[in-house]
Design a protein around this ligand. Structure first.
Ligand SMILES: [Mg+2]
Length: 298
């Protein structure tokens, strides 16, 4: 393997581990008895299982490790083959991946969702941070490949825009030391017009706010599981707390909502700028390890 793809995979793997840690911790707070841990910012009892966010991100990492780009047929086949019903997928994705596994055409199934509008859910954004880290040396390519990775399941333009925003943010986090305002300005250069873009612009204005719950109140916390209700807040957190992985994930969790997914996105972006050794050891010990097939190990 050449040096560039080596570097690319190292960044993508670091991002994937951070994504899994965010997902695994965030999902613990759906367990009612764990709520006091969130209030105290204390780690809940191990083990923490990761969910669909991580499972799908592992397929993206595997596809990049093998092909160096997103081959949509390969990615769709991997999503379907690895699909574990008990990982908290949404009902539309559960049905679609089952049909793909039974021989259905992912292009047709994805575009037919929601009366032919395609899904604008946050599922394309939740899994894409490792891809952005991989293409950190070429953000145009990061945006293009993010769109390809999105439309395998999410064809609505808002879902695609959400994936682009997260991938570019992750690429930026991997590649430089950006102050919060310029960080979001750079993300906006790549995000097409629409509700996600409007939300990310709003996140830029809200950088004057220091409290994540207030930011989420305005931007959304993923409660509607839509790209535009999820991604702007995660970009806000990543911009503000890019230098502190634990603080970033706790700030995200404190806002509630679709907390495994918001924490997965933020964890994936922030970890893109870290080496695996810089991630918190206690979290790594508590979280379920990544599967061998992902080709990324902590
Ligand atoms: Mg999930």
């Amino acid at each position: 393997m050449d040096r560039m793809s080596d570097d690319r995979l190292r960044r993508a793997c670091s991002s994937l581990i951070g994504l899994a840690l965010g997902d695994a911790l965030g999902s613990q707070f759906f367990v009612p008895s764990n709520r006091p841990y969130l209030d105290e910012r204390a780690l809940p009892p191990a083990p923490w299982q990761w969910t669909d966010d991580t499972e799908m991100a592992c397929s993206i990492h595997l596809t990049l490790a093998v092909h160096g780009r997103i081959d949509q047929d390969v990615l769709a086949a991997s999503f379907a083959e690895r699909h574990d019903f008990d990982r908290g997928y949404g009902p539309a994705t559960n049905r679609m991946l089952r049909l793909v596994r039974e021989g259905g055409d992912w292009r047709k199934l994805a575009s037919e969702l929601f009366d032919g509008n395609g899904s604008w859910g946050n599922g394309a954004a939740m899994r894409v941070a490792p891809l952005g880290a991989y293409f950190a040396d070429d953000l145009d390519e990061a945006a293009r490949q993010a769109a390809l990775s999105a439309t395998v399941t999410h064809t609505h333009p808002e879902a695609v825009a959400g994936a682009i925003a997260v991938a570019v943010a992750s690429g930026l986090a991997a590649d430089g030391d950006w102050r919060p305002g310029p960080f979001i300005d750079r993300v906006l250069e790549y995000v097409p017009d629409g509700r996600v873009r409007d939300g990310v612009r709003e996140a830029r204005h809200l950088l004057t706010v220091s409290d994540a719950e207030t930011a989420a109140y305005v931007l959304g916390n993923g409660r509607a599981v839509a790209a535009h209700d999820t991604v702007p807040f995660t970009i806000w957190v990543a911009a503000r707390h890019r230098d502190d992985f634990e603080r970033a994930v706790w700030a995200t969790a404190s806002a509630g909502g679709d907390v495994d997914t918001t924490c997965a996105i933020v964890g994936g972006i922030v970890a893109a700028g870290l080496k695996p050794g810089e991630l918190p050891a206690e979290w790594l010990a508590a979280a379920e390890p990544l599967p061998h097939w992902s080709r990324c190990r902590a």
